[in-house]
Design a protein around this ligand. Structure first.
Ligand SMILES: [Ca+2]
Ligand SMILES: [Ca+2]
Ligand SMILES: [Ca+2]
Length: 243
């Protein structure tokens, strides 16, 4: 697994609901009529980074997205297919574009930073074309096919993975780990579940809780997947740990 998603608490210490953020993007992102986005540190039709802003400030979602290529690569606009191609490696969701000391751009208020995508030209075109029209489903398909590592903020996050084997880390705060049991959700791991503070969002009556790895970990088994709680004594896990 190479894809990492880092959640960034805003200044208030609020956490991030990753699935909620993407659902809000899908429902409310609009680039407006005459906004084609901008390539950064390149030409009019190419560059190592690409930013597209939201131009519909009346809706709940106001963030744009910043796409970044893998090292040494550049995006370019393919006039034939009307797609942006290149090696999409990183994506951030936020609206305040700033430059670091090397001149590379980042979003200082980004809610989520995704890295390690390493997509081919064709997949880059598919994912960015969908995002351009306010649709994160192609990006989420990449997540589902590979599994992701999601790293929470210091705030109270809601962290849910996809169909692959995901590694979820809350990083402090009172975090809720959610599992989509409408289909297979894979064999997921929660690396820092804190008994009495964090919660699991899955039906307690649909799972079994057992000791694993010689008592070091807890294994929660559902018909559509498993959850390993690393370093948690299974005796500590009961109905009160579930939403
Ligand atoms: Ca957290
Ligand atoms: Ca999963
Ligand atoms: Ca407990």
């Amino acid at each position: 697994m190479a894809i990492s998603i880092d959640l960034n608490a805003d200044g208030s210490g609020n956490g991030v609901d990753l699935q909620g953020l993407l659902a809000d993007f899908d429902a409310n992102f609009s680039k407006g009529s005459f906004n084609w986005g901008q390539f950064l540190n390149g030409g009019f039709f190419d560059g190592p980074q690409y930013y597209l802003s939201d131009e519909d400030s009346s809706s709940s979602y106001t963030d744009g997205f910043l796409a970044t290529t893998g090292s040494g690569d550049e995006f370019s606009y393919d006039i034939g297919t009307h797609q942006i191609v290149g090696n999409l490696d990183a994506l951030s969701f936020g609206e305040t574009l700033v430059q670091d000391g090397n001149g590379d751009y980042y979003l200082s208020d980004s809610a989520a930073d995704i890295s390690g995508l390493n997509l081919s030209n064709a997949d880059t075109g598919t994912v960015l074309t969908a995002l351009y029209s306010g649709d994160s489903s192609e990006l989420q398909s990449v997540f589902a096919s590979q599994g992701v590592a999601i790293n929470g903020s210091t705030g109270n996050d809601t962290i849910g993975g996809w169909a692959g084997d995901d590694v979820l880390t809350g990083n402090g705060g009172a975090d809720t780990f959610e599992f989509d049991t409408s289909g297979n959700f894979g064999d997921d791991t929660v690396t820092d579940f804190t008994d009495g503070t964090d919660l699991l969002d899955i039906d307690f009556n649909s799972v079994t809780v057992a000791s694993a790895n010689g008592g070091a970990d807890t294994l929660i088994t559902h018909a559509n997947g498993t959850i390993t709680l690393t370093g948690v004594d299974f005796n500590d896990i009961d109905a009160t740990d579930f939403v």
